[in-house]
Ligand binder design. Structure first.
Ligand SMILES: [Zn+2]
Length: 230
């Protein structure tokens, strides 16, 4: 079972979701979870941000595909519909958010992965899609989607009370920690099954926002540490 903060390869991520993930926005893969891929490359094409004490993600929608008539997708409005009239991923996400706001039914559940280096991805956790809007940015309309962290899938499936312990670690902090710890467990040097661990847990007042409180641990040492704390 994958946990927020787990580091996985691209192939493992695709295996988790059962498809070859290519696009940033993937509405209802196999009719089940919706998946979002974030990227933090310098000059990353989309501007995403973290709010609400690390439990809210504001994700930017996607541009029109690059074509001859639109050589620079950053200059056009982000589309709600394809030329055929069918909704784009922006449109699908927006419809789901509006439906949730109008009828208090089950929200759209979204799994969020973030690429920190080529081939190195981090699972950011499971979120619910709660709002969507358009705003003007650099003289064009872009979509914004509001996602709230909901813990992990086990909790959702068993309707277990949400444990308020997960917090998003900003990409800049993940990158700093990855470089400092050289992509290895700080206890044993393993490069496998790594996890971004809070040195002092969030529930005990530890911060997600500073690299000093985040470290890389392998699954074995992460488990050993959790046993010590609980
Ligand atoms: Zn280790």
């Amino acid at each position: 079972m994958i946990k927020p903060g787990d580091v996985i390869s691209y192939l493992e991520m695709c295996r988790q979701e059962g498809v070859n993930l290519q696009r940033g926005m993937n509405f209802r893969l196999h009719g089940r979870f919706t998946v979002i891929l974030m990227s933090v490359r310098r000059g990353a094409p989309y501007v995403d941000r973290i709010e609400g004490n690390g439990r809210v993600l504001i994700y930017e929608g996607h541009d029109v595909p690059r074509t001859k008539s639109m050589p620079d997708p950053k200059r056009g409005d982000q589309p709600m519909a394809n030329p055929s009239g069918s909704p784009t991923q922006n449109g699908l996400f927006q419809q789901a958010a509006i439906k949730y706001k109008r009828n208090p039914g089950p929200p759209e559940l979204v799994k969020v992965y973030e690429k920190i280096y080529s081939g190195i991805w981090v699972y950011n956790g499971l979120f619910k899609l709660v709002d969507a809007w358009q705003e003007v940015c650099n003289a064009r309309k872009v979509f914004k989607f509001k996602l709230e962290m909901v813990g992990d899938i086990e909790q959702v499936e068993t309707k277990e009370k949400e444990i308020d312990h997960s917090r998003l670690i900003p990409a800049s902090v993940k990158l700093e920690v990855w470089k400092r710890d050289k992509g290895r467990c700080v206890e044993c040097g393993s490069r496998d099954n790594l996890h971004f661990d809070h040195v002092i847990p969030y529930s005990k007042g530890g911060s997600s926002l500073v690299a000093e409180n985040i470290q890389l641990l392998c699954a074995r040492h992460n488990l050993a540490k959790r046993d010590r704390i609980e």
